[in-house]
Design a protein around this ligand. Structure first.
Ligand SMILES: Cc1cc2nc3c(=O)[nH]c(=O)nc-3n(C[C@H](O)[C@H](O)[C@H](O)COP(=O)(O)O)c2cc1C
Length: 341
């Protein structure tokens, strides 16, 4: 698969301000693909003569048996990419047997999304200053069928306000679904003072597992789990929040070591191929999230485009596993990747 071609097809298919919103980073003019380049620095050290006869890419994640460890990361405002918005993404994900995280800042409301989604999905939420508003949204999401809540903790309100000033959420990427937006944008409602107590409160009240997304430091992974998180998502938010943030490929291993098998560790950011997926799994991730490439596929080909992207990545995962010399994801080890520098 050629993701650079897909990206250019998407750019040509949608409005310029939608494209700018999807590609935007806090790094400004810096390359939004810096995380992708960091994955590329992990080289495989394959095993040979293994007698492999079959490849099994299935995984168990959050109680779901999935076709592969690939999920769709929560991204805002799919309406800028396709008229059917998140419903089209979900149709593509379901066709490929992929679990989708649905963004709080979606084009469709959570109820409208749930009515269209036929596969498993998680609801991502931000913590709002008005805790009752967060609780209400979480209750709506679980009532609609979300099998987990993903609490994103890497966008303190001050940062969200800056991001929305830099990249106004207007025109085709308005997020009307769940958040009534006035003036400065959704960021004005986001909490700055997020603590593990907020994780604990949500974990105790949500009624479904709560994952904490946006963890970059090993200590924070441990604090999230101590507070009751079911798992953590290593993520720098697609480089959208903090200029100069480390690529996830450089911090994943330390976090996996600190978590020490207590809970699953997912990762997203710059995953652009089946090889990247297998690199992440060899470093200890339980599953990966795909952000922008799913938006590119949605823009360029709607639900079929999303299904095609995900199926292609899944096939690449199987081929890469064969090349590395393991038949099952559980058999990948840390020794099978080495940093080129
Ligand atoms: C356009 C866009 C919107 C996003 N919106 C959200 C969001 O609403 N909530 C969230 O937790 N993460 C959001 N993210 C971050 C993604 O969940 C994910 O961390 C990131 O896109 C992964 O990097 P990748 O795009 O290189 O795959 C967004 C990312 C993009 C590109």
């Amino acid at each position: 698969m050629d993701l650079a071609l897909l990206r250019e097809a998407a750019r040509a298919a949608i409005a310029p301000d939608a494209w700018a919103f999807y590609q935007g980073t806090a790094d400004g003019l810096a390359d939004p693909e810096r995380d992708a380049r960091a994955w590329d620095r992990w080289d495989f050290v394959p095993r040979a003569m293994t007698g492999l006869t079959a490849i099994d890419t299935t995984v168990e994640l959050g109680g779901h048996r999935l076709r592969s460890p690939i999920t769709i990361a929560a991204t805002a405002a799919h309406g800028g990419a396709h008229p059917d918005a998140e419903a089209a993404t979900a149709a593509g994900a379901t066709a490929a047997g992929v679990l989708m995280a649905y963004s709080h800042n979606a084009t469709l409301s959570v109820e409208a999304f749930a009515a269209a989604a036929t596969g498993p999905w998680w609801a991502q939420t931000y913590l709002q200053r008005d805790r009752a508003a967060t609780d209400d949204y979480v209750a709506r999401s679980t009532a609609a069928g979300a099998s987990a809540i993903v609490l994103t903790v890497d966008v303190p309100g001050i940062l969200a306000d800056a991001a929305f000033r830099r990249q106004p959420v207007t025109g085709p990427v308005q997020v009307r679904g769940n958040v009534p937006i006035t003036g400065g944008g959704a960021g004005t409602a986001a909490e700055t003072a997020i603590t593990p107590d907020d994780v604990a409160r949500l974990a105790a009240t949500a009624g479904v597992p709560v994952w904490v997304k946006g963890v970059m430091a090993a200590e924070d992974a441990v604090r999230a789990l101590d507070a009751g998180a079911a798992g953590v998502v290593v993520s720098n938010h697609g480089r959208r929040q903090l200029h100069g943030v480390a690529p996830v490929a450089t911090v994943l291993r330390g976090i996996v070591e600190a978590v020490d098998g207590r809970a699953p560790v997912m990762v997203d950011g710059g995953i652009r191929s089946g090889a990247d997926v297998v690199r992440a799994l060899a470093l200890g991730a339980a599953a990966v999230g795909i952000g922008r490439p799913a938006l590119w596929a949605l823009a360029a080909g709607g639900a079929d485009g999303v299904a095609g992207l995900l199926s292609g990545l899944q096939e690449e995962v199987a081929v890469t596993l064969a090349g590395v010399g393991v038949g099952r994801i559980a058999d990948l080890t840390r020794e099978m990747v080495r940093r080129s520098d």
